[in-house]
Structure formats: C-alpha cells, structure tokens
Write a protein that binds this ligand. Sequence first.
Ligand code: NDP
Length: 450
Amino acid sequence: MSNLSKEVSQFVDHISKRNPHEPEFMQAVTEVAETIIPFMEDHTKYKEANVLERMCEPERVVMFRVPWSDDQNSIQVNRGFRVQMNSAIGPYKGGLRFHPTVNLSVLKFLAFEQVFKNSLTTLPLGGGKGGSDFNPKGKSDAEVMRFCQSFMTELSKHIGGYTDIPAGDIGVGAREIGYMFGQYKRLNNEFTGVLTGKGLDFGGSLIRTEATGYGLIYFAKEVMDEHDDSLEGKICAISGSGNVAQYAIEKLIEFGAKPVTVSDSGGSIYDPNGIDTEKLEFIKELKNERRGRISEYADKYKGSEFHQDITPWNFKVDFAFPCATQNELPLEDAKTLVKNGCKGVFEGANMPTTDEAVAYIRENKLFFSPGKASNAGGVATSGLEMSQNAQRLYWTRDEVDYRLKMIMKSIHTNCVDYGKESDGYVDYVKGANIAGFVKVADSMIAQGVV
Ligand code: NDP
C-alpha cells in the first residue's frame, strides 16, 4: 500500500470510529477523502488546518420527536432531523426528505455532499439536510398537513432566512413545502423566504420544479460539447419517475435524445419506441396527480415492458441517468452498462452509484458525473429563489433558465479545471470534489478555528 493510500485509509478509519453504524455517511466521506487527501499533499495549508476532518463533523445536529394524529385519531410518532453541516460560505441550505429509510447516516451523507455541491454552484450557500422517517405515501392530505405542522413547530426554532433555508427532496414536494411554509409563517408572524420550492403564488421561483432535471441535462450537454459529441439521437436509460427523472426526460426529448426507461420502487419500464412528450405527460399525471405505480405505463403503451426485478441498467443504451435514490446502480449493473457499450453515466440522484460501480466506470473511462456536480441545478435555482425573495421581485422563466444554464456551465468548467488528466480524460469526481472543497476550505481557514 502506498503512503498516500495508507493515509486515506487511516483517515477513513478515524472518522469511521467516531461515526459507527453510518455506512452511507462513510461512503460519501471515503469518496471525498480519496481525491482530497492527495490534493492536500501539494497544498499543505489545508492539512495543517485539519480542514477535512473539521468538514466531516456537522456544525450542529438537531433530532426531535414529531407527534401527530392520523385520521382515526390514533397518535403516531416519527423522528425529525436537521443536520447543519457547514456554514463557511453561507447559511445552511439543503432539502428535507420524508421517507421510511431516513436516518442519521443517510442525512449526514446528504448534508456532507450538499456542502461540496453548494460550493460548486458559485452561490453563497452552506450545506445542510434534514427530514423524517415519515412516509407520506398512502396518507391523506389532512394527515400530511398535520404531520408537516408538527414537524415545522419544532424545526422553526432552528431555521431562518439568514440561518438555514430548507427545501424539498424525496417525499417533499410542493404540497409539503406549502404546509410547512404556512406553519412557519403562523408561528413567526413573518412572511420570509425561509423555505425554497414554494408555490409560484407565494414566493416560489419559475423553473425551480424543473431545475434539477434540466440542470442535469445541461451538464450532460456541456460534457458532450467538451468531447465533440452530442445528445442528439442518443438512447438513454433513466431511473426513477419523480421530479428529477421527469424533467431530465423532458430536456432529453428537447435535445433530440431518445429516453427508453423509467422506474419506481416497484420496477422498471423499458420502452424501445422511446418516451415522447405525450408519454411523459402520462407519467407526470400518473406520479404527480394520481400517485400511481409506474407499471401502469406498460398497460397503456403497446410495445413497452414492465420488469419487476430488473433495473433500467440492463438495456442497451448510450447514456445512463440514475435519478431515483442512493446506491441504485451497483457494480453488476455497471458491468452490464459497459458491456452493452454505454458511454457515460450522469448522476441525477444523490450517490446513486455504489463506490465499486463508480470505480469500475472510471477505470473503463466512461464519462461519469457525480451528483454533487450534475444535480446541483436544483439547489442553484433555490439560491435564485432566495435572491428573488430578498429583492421582493420575480424573474421571468427565461431569466431563471438562462442563469441555471450559466451555473451548470461554470460547474462543468470548474470540474474540467481540476479534473483533466494528462491523457485528456476528465475525472469529474476529482474535479468536483476539489473545486467544491477549495472554496469552503479557504473560507474556513479565513474564519479561524470556529
Ligand atoms: P421524488 O420523490 O420525486 O422521486 C423519487 C423517485 O425515485 C420515485 O419515482 C421513486 O419511486 C423512486 N425510488 C425511490 N426509491 C427507489 C428505489 N429504492 N428503487 C427504485 N426507485 C426508487 O424525488 P426526486 O426526484 O426529487 O429525487 C430523486 C433523487 O434526486 C434523490 O436522490 C434526491 O436526493 C435527488 N435530488 C433531488 C433534487 C430535487 O430538486 N428534487 C435536487 C438534487 C438531488 P416511488 O414512486 O415508488 O417512491
């Protein structure tokens, strides 16, 4: 083992001992340590200030009880969290996730990633993440509202327009944000931009709903431009059928690509004829209005197939866009993608590709963009929503879209600056980690030992 890899494993062991039983958090830390520790060898000021270890420790974690009454008047209890990871470059910013799998490890991994992602956006945003193990699926609107009000009653003590500005994530869409905003406003008697992803009538930004999916495809287009390639005519696999997947598909269609898969936690759809605008409208109505299962797609569209036990990575495609959840693309699937001639994987979800799969994809020199770079369009547009709220005005759709494009372009340029290797291959993982790290680390050093 080289001295450097020994140093990485010693660091990872040390952090792991302090954070036992947190596999997702340690996965995110390990991926960052592998690129940042070698970088710190040549930039010793970061090592001397012990910046990386400090970044692995959240500035604050709040955990709380969320009691609520269901429609049968039974009292339920869930657990609420907010991980305030790093405020070196701005107030904490990051989504809230409501899903039964939410625990401290998942939220710490998401908050840690968020610090790097927010730094990459060029906006003054620190990193945080929160949520609850509450499952909104199958609950009535009234139950979701009572839960959101109880959750916000406690969370409101720890957030604020200049402190911490949460947003949505899995299980937290416009409905949940609306209920939480209403409760915050009622408790504090102030109308302030304390949450992003708000409805357009009360402070929300145009394009915020579309931003993560659109931004992902803008990033992929930058990668294509860098390598004299194009998305036109390319066959694409997408996982998920929620917010990120829907708008990634919309932009892929606009750029002339052919999306052929979608999925949900029940299985995958393969449609060799391609998902066009009409089929996408069906998916939006199915998932957003009726909250139905993706298997219905195969009942409606002849020639498409529903597979309960197969991920979208088992079909012959040019590019893959994992847009569902963490660790949904394991090594076996990465091997299948490579075998089938796939040329690139662009993460729309957070950490959807396992460590081993990422290593395999990079070894095989496919394009690979980590979520912290390619899905940063969502939080970037949340930052633009904050700017509009602060100025008490609304920008047009074109203005927000233009800014989103420019931000994705600049994230790409930063990744290339720090990630281009001597043979011309761009290591976007290395590029994103170092570019995100430098700004936060320099700010932490400038602010002293706090
Ligand atoms: P949604 O809740 O809108 O959609 C999530 C989708 O993923 C659903 O189709 C869901 O299926 C599916 N899914 C969840 N778990 C699994 C699983 N184990 N296997 C297969 N499919 C699954 O969430 P978003 O689209 O907002 O978020 C998706 C990812 O993108 C997350 O990792 C999130 O952190 C990340 N992200 C989101 C941003 C945003 O702006 N929304 C910003 C940046 C990152 P089902 O319907 O069955 O639950």
